[in-house]
Design a binder for this molecule. Structure first.
Ligand SMILES: [Fe+2]
Length: 448
C-alpha cells in the first residue's frame, strides 16, 4: 500500500526530476494519511501551486501573490520585472521576500506563501514568478491599474460551490476567453462547498488553472466558506487568509472579507454578509460617503432580494439597502440562491419581500433611481425561481458569468451562459441631472 501511495505521488510530482521527486517523497510524505485518488492529486509539492493574485488597495502600484508548497520549502521569493517581448527581462528582475505560514488541512500540512511587490508603475505590464530559489513557477504576466478613470472590464461570478473541477471549469475558462484582459475576476461567495475541504480548494485552482496567476481575484465569503471555530462561533475557513491576500480593513474579525478598493474610477466593496452586519454598516458608511468614485459597486453573498422561494433576507435588506440608497450605490453583486435574477433600479421599500414586490410592481414604470441588484450562479447546483416584480431578468438551471465594462459615463453589463451566449444585458448611464439611468438591452423574459 505504501508502495502504491509512493507510486501515485511520484506521478503527481512528475514536474521535476524523478530522483528529486522520490527523495522528497520519502522524506516528507510518510506521515501523511493514506490518500486515494483524487485526494492524492491535491498534495503540495516543492513547486508552487495554487498561485493567486489578489486585488490590492493600491492596484496601480502594488500586486499581491499567494501560493502553496510542501512544508519543507523555506524561502518565499517573488521576482518581478517590467514585461518585455523577449527573454532579456530576466536579468532586470527584482527579487523580493515574502512571508509564509503552515496550514494543517484535512489532507495534511502545507506551507502557504504571500509576497507583495510595491511601488510599481501604473498601467504597466509586469512579469513575475514565485518560488524558493530552486523550484520556480513560470513567469506570469499581469498589469497594474491606471491612476485615471480609463475604461476597464471585470468578470463577476455567482456560486461555483459544487463539482467545481468538473462543472465550473468551463465557465471560468469561457469567461477568460471572453475577457482575457479583465482587470479582475470577482467571486461573490461559495467558491467551494465545504469550508475546510482541501480537495475542494484544490478543485477551485484546478478549474481556474493559470487564470488567477494573471488576473487578480476579488472574493467575498459565502456561508460555505464559514466554519465553526474552537470557541463555537462561526469563522471564515482556515484556507481563506492563506489562499488570498485581500486588504485588511473593516471591523476586527472580518480581516480580508470586508474591504474596499478603488479601480480606475470605481470603488468596489466586499461585505461579509455572514456576520457582524451592524458593525459593517457603520464601516460602509465611512467608506462610501465620499463622492469621488464615478461608480460604487458592492459585493456580498446573501442577496437583498432573494430569487429562490422562502429565502428572503429581510434583515439584511433593512440593514443595508437604505444605506445603498443614501450612499448612491450603483450595482450590488450577490450569490447564494443558485438562480439568476437581476433587478431594475430599486430604492428601499419596507416590509416582507411580498410587500416589496407589491410596491415595486406598482412603480415599475417610474424607476430611474436606486441600485441594480444581481443574483447569479456559475456552478451546477440549481434552485427553483419564481419571477417577481423586483426582477427585470431571470434564469433557472443556467450557469452564468457576467462581463461588466466600466467607463466614466456608463457601465455595460452582460450575463452570458456557460457556452458564452448572452442571456441578459443592460447599460447604466450617467444622466445630465447627475443620476444614473438603466437601459435594458434585452427583452424581459416571459413569465410574470
Ligand atoms: Fe450560499
Amino acid at each position: 500500500m505504501v508502495g502504491l501511495l509512493r507510486g501515485l505521488l511520484a506521478v503527481v510530482l512528475c514536474v521535476g526530476s524523478v530522483t528529486t521527486v522520490v527523495a522528497h517523497d520519502e522524506h516528507e510524505h510518510d506521515h501523511l494519511p493514506k490518500l486515494s485518488w483524487p485526494d492524492a492529486l491535491y498534495q503540495p509539492t516543492p513547486f508552487p501551486d495554487r498561485i493567486c493574485l489578489s486585488i490590492t488597495a493600491d492596484a496601480a502600484h502594488e500586486i499581491a501573490v499567494t501560493w502553496r508548497t510542501a512544508v519543507a520549502t523555506e524561502a518565499t521569493l517573488l521576482e518581478i520585472a517590467v514585461a518585455e517581448g523577449g527573454p532579456d527581462f530576466v536579468g532586470k528582475a527584482t527579487r523580493l521576500e515574502g512571508t509564509s505560514s503552515l496550514l494543517t488541512t484535512d489532507l495534511g500540512e502545507a506551507r502557504y506563501h504571500e509576497a507583495h511587490a510595491r511601488e510599481l508603475q501604473p498601467a504597466t505590464r509586469y512579469l513575475y514568478r514565485v518560488g524558493d530559489g530552486e523550484h520556480w513557477s513560470e513567469w506570469c504576466q499581469t498589469e497594474t491599474a491606471a491612476t485615471d478613470t480609463s475604461p476597464f472590464v471585470f468578470v463577476y461570478f455567482g456560486d461555483a460551490q459544487n463539482d467545481v473541477r468538473s462543472h465550473w471549469s468551463r465557465v471560468v475558462r469561457n469567461a477568460f476567453r471572453d475577457a482575457p484582459k479583465a482587470a479582475f475576476f470577482l467571486h461573490a461567495g461559495d467558491l467551494i462547498n465545504r469550508a475546510e475541504s482541501d480537495r475542494e480548494w484544490g478543485e477551485w485552482f484546478s478549474a481556474s488553472g493559470f487564470i488567477h496567476r494573471t488576473i487578480p481575484a476579488i472574493a467575498t465569503p459565502g456561508n460555505h466558506e464559514m466554519a465553526r471555530g474552537d470557541d463555537g462561533g462561526r469563522r471564515v475557513s482556515r484556507h481563506w487568509r492563506p489562499t488570498f491576500a485581500f486588504p485588511v480593513q473593516g471591523p476586527a474579525g472580518l480581516e480580508e472579507t470586508c474591504y474596499a478598493i478603488d479601480y480606475q474610477g470605481a470603488r468596489i466593496v466586499s461585505l461579509n454578509s455572514n456576520q457582524q452586519i451592524e458593525e459593517q454598516t457603520a464601516w460602509l458608511k465611512e467608506v462610501l460617503s465620499d463622492d469621488s468614485p464615478t461608480w460604487k459597486i458592492v459585493t456580498f453573498h446573501h442577496p437583498v432580494f432573494s430569487s429562490a422561494k422562502g429565502r428572503d433576507n429581510q434583515e439584511l435588506r433593512e440593514a443595508w439597502q437604505p444605506l445603498f440608497d443614501e450612499l448612491g450605490v450603483d450595482l450590488v453583486l450577490q450569490g447564494h440562491d443558485h438562480t439568476y435574477a437581476r433587478s431594475p433600479q430599486l430604492t428601499f421599500q419596507p416590509g416582507s419581500l411580498e410587500e416589496v414586490n407589491l410596491a415595486v410592481g406598482k412603480q415599475r414604470e417610474q424607476s430611474g433611481a436606486g441600485t441594480v441588484y444581481v443574483v447569479s450562479v456559475s456552478g451546477p447546483k440549481m434552485y427553483d425561481l419564481e419571477p417577481q416584480p423586483v426582477m427585470d431578468n431571470w434564469a433557472t438551471r443556467t450557469q452564468l458569468y457576467q462581463v461588466i465594462s466600466v467607463e466614466p459615463e456608463r457601465i455595460a453589463y452582460r450575463a452570458l451562459n456557460a457556452i458564452g451566449d448572452v442571456h441578459d444585458a443592460f447599460r447604466l448611464e450617467k444622466t445630465a441631472e447627475g443620476g444614473t439611468r438603466l437601459v435594458n438591452e434585452v427583452e424581459r423574459p416571459v413569465g410574470l
